[in-house]
Ligand binder design. Structure first.
Ligand SMILES: Cc1cc2nc3c(=O)[nH]c(=O)nc-3n(C[C@H](O)[C@H](O)[C@H](O)COP(=O)(O)OP(=O)(O)OC[C@H]3O[C@@H](n4cnc5c(N)ncnc54)[C@H](O)[C@@H]3O)c2cc1C
Length: 537
């Protein structure tokens, strides 16, 4: 069925629905966008740690809606996220950092551009990967804004002066999901191509070939569309129920299935961290996401081992205070077999959910839509082209499966203090792909060709770097193999020298960067300087 896309109907008004409306508004020209969602069906209300995908959407400069980052941060209370601090995952009492986007570029192009001799050298020397700028900013509560004075020559080759973000790139945000949803909603509705209906969808109408033509709401309205996007969260009202779409469960591989979210209000002296803190607990793990006004926290656990009451008691004992749980969330880890069926695409929780660790859900929400618009969308879509639909589905679902393996990596731990950890770390939970990777890494260090993302999915952005950081943090790589490999390529001394050159620069940057809390008190000033510099490039 060939269709001119005049109207896109988005079902759902959670982070997925509104960010998808923004994405299509920014990247299409004539299309009308209708968001249908109901206040009677609440949003999930969690999901506040992101990756750079969301940041990229907010800061898109070429779209129809302009978002000023300091306005966004000020009105939503969002903060910058540089990475994740993992505590107690390998050994109780120990932590490791995993900075985001700390991509490695081998300037020797030897043995390849992506050969990460730096992280391999850390493995060989049995060092934590936390000595460079992003980790040090995390550990010292700094944001990378500093004034490059005339006597500082570290950055001479870049020719920048004044207060700058040294990478010209903020990595990611922590969000207040309610405020951000409202903010994006107001932005997109300010454009006359987007409209919004608050109503419950009760049925859908299809043509004789099974393509969706319209949806009917509780109040009897019929909304027609050419293309529909299911962002209805775990209800999956279009993409699952209307297309006999199979749910591929990850429940045998990942044990956590329930969450107890709560908030902690900031006090005058609360340090606003620039990282998501994830702490392994007895039967799962706890997230701690810093915003300007509060922290969003939660215990993700398996209810096969403890009850919600026991989960709350454990957290209250560890924190030394009472908590006020917002709700009791049950979830099933897994994804749909097909993300795109006929003229219906899905994103957000409607297409799948692994678990909250590593903030992969909002990452995938934006990535799926980006990939669709960039690689498949045309104003005249042939929704009968099964080959294209299959290709998209294969690309996206293989990323979901790869993310699931990446998450399992966090559970490969010597911890055995509870039955949960004994079960969670069992090799019986490892997929064939993960087993293959771990087998290869017994003989050589990880390389980019080991990931799905480097085959047809080079848009994936979760490859070598993040895997390395978790592998190092969880002590899963063999230092002897790393040492031998660097010797084979004659890179040991080079890696060591590069490391020694970086340390004083990092020290200077951290000493001269702004404290997190001071940054948020003056964020317009810092971001104005940054915008000026950005526009000069
Ligand atoms: C415990 C937990 C922690 C998480 N933490 C993170 C994290 O830190 N980082 C991250 O990236 N992700 C996280 N996630 C995932 C994140 O919450 C979601 O990606 C995000 O909130 C988007 O949700 P959504 O919009 O898909 O669904 P929802 O927020 O559930 O929205 C669904 C929408 O569909 C509408 N709807 C449903 N049925 C109908 C109907 N019949 N008619 C009309 N409207 C309908 C509802 O009204 C609602 O507006 C977490 C998830 C869980 C469960």
């Amino acid at each position: 069925m060939k269709k001119q896309i005049k109207t896109i109907v988005i079902v759902g008004g959670g982070t997925a629905g509104w960010s998808t409306a923004l994405n299509f508004l920014q990247k299409t020209i004539n299309t009308k966008i209708i968001v249908v969602t109901s206040k009677e069906i609440p949003i999930i209300g969690v999901g506040e740690s992101t990756t750079g995908r969301f940041n990229g959407l907010i800061n898109l400069t070429s779209g129809f809606v302009k978002i000023d980052e300091s306005d966004f941060l000020r009105k939503t209370g969002s903060t910058f996220k540089i990475g994740i601090l993992h505590s107690d995952w390998h050994t109780i009492g120990e932590s490791f950092t995993s900075p985001l986007g700390d991509e490695f570029k081998n300037t020797l192009y030897y043995p390849s551009e992506s050969y990460d001799y730096s992280r391999i050298w850390h493995v060989a020397k049995h060092l934590k990967y936390n000595l460079y700028a992003q980790s040090q900013m995390m550990l010292n509560n700094k944001l990378p804004y500093f004034e490059i004075t005339d006597d500082c020559h570290y950055f001479d080759e870049y020719n920048y002066k004044g207060k700058v973000d040294y990478k010209f790139n903020h990595e990611a945000y922590h969000l207040d999901t309610y405020k951000v949803g409202q903010y994006i909603k107001e932005k997109v509705l300010s454009h006359n191509r987007v409209s919004y209906l608050d109503d419950i969808i009760v049925s859908v109408q299809k043509n004789e070939n099974g393509f969706l033509e319209s949806i009917t709401t509780k109040t009897g309205k019929i909304i027609e569309g050419d293309f529909f996007i299911d962002c209805s969260g775990f209800s999956r009202i279009l993409i699952e129920k209307e297309f006999n779409n199979n749910f591929i469960s990850y429940e045998n591989e990942l044990l956590v299935n329930r969450a107890l979210p709560f908030h902690i209000e900031n006090k005058e002296n609360t340090i606003i961290n620039n990282y998501t803190h994830v702490t392994a607990k007895k039967y799962g793990w706890m997230w701690d996401i810093p915003l300007q006004h509060r922290k969003g926290c939660g215990y993700v656990y398996s209810d096969n081992f403890i009850t919600p009451e026991q989960a709350q008691q454990e957290i209250e004992k560890d924190l030394g205070c009472k908590i006020n749980p917002q709700r009791d969330i049950k979830f099933k880890a897994g994804r749909l077999e097909k993300i795109w069926c006929k003229n219906v695409l899905s994103t957000g929780l409607a297409s799948g959910f692994v678990e909250p660790l590593e903030a992969t859900s909002i990452h995938m929400t934006v990535l799926q839509i980006n990939h669709f618009i960039e690689q498949y969308y045309t104003e005249h879509m042939n929704f009968s082209c099964e080959v294209a639909i299959d290709q998209y589905n294969k690309e996206i679902t293989s990323i979901w499966d790869d993310i699931k393996d990446f998450i399992i990596l966090h559970y490969i731990t010597p911890r055995n203090d509870t039955n949960f950890w004994k079960e969670a770390s069992s090799p019986k939970r490892w997929s064939k792909n993960l087993k293959n990777k771990l087998e290869i890494w017994k003989n050589r260090m990880p390389r980019v060709s080991d990931y799905q993302g480097t085959l047809s999915n080079s848009f994936y952005h979760l490859g070598n770097t993040l895997w390395y950081q978790i592998l190092i943090g969880m002590n899963l790589l063999d230092c002897k193999i790393a040492e031998k490999e660097l010797e084979t390529f004659n890179l040991t001394l080079f890696a060591e020298n590069s490391h020694n050159i970086r340390l004083p620069i990092v020290k200077w940057m951290v000493e001269n960067s702004v404290d997190n809390n001071i940054f948020y008190k003056n964020l317009e000033m810092y971001l104005k300087d940054y915008q000026k510099l950005k526009s000069a490039y």
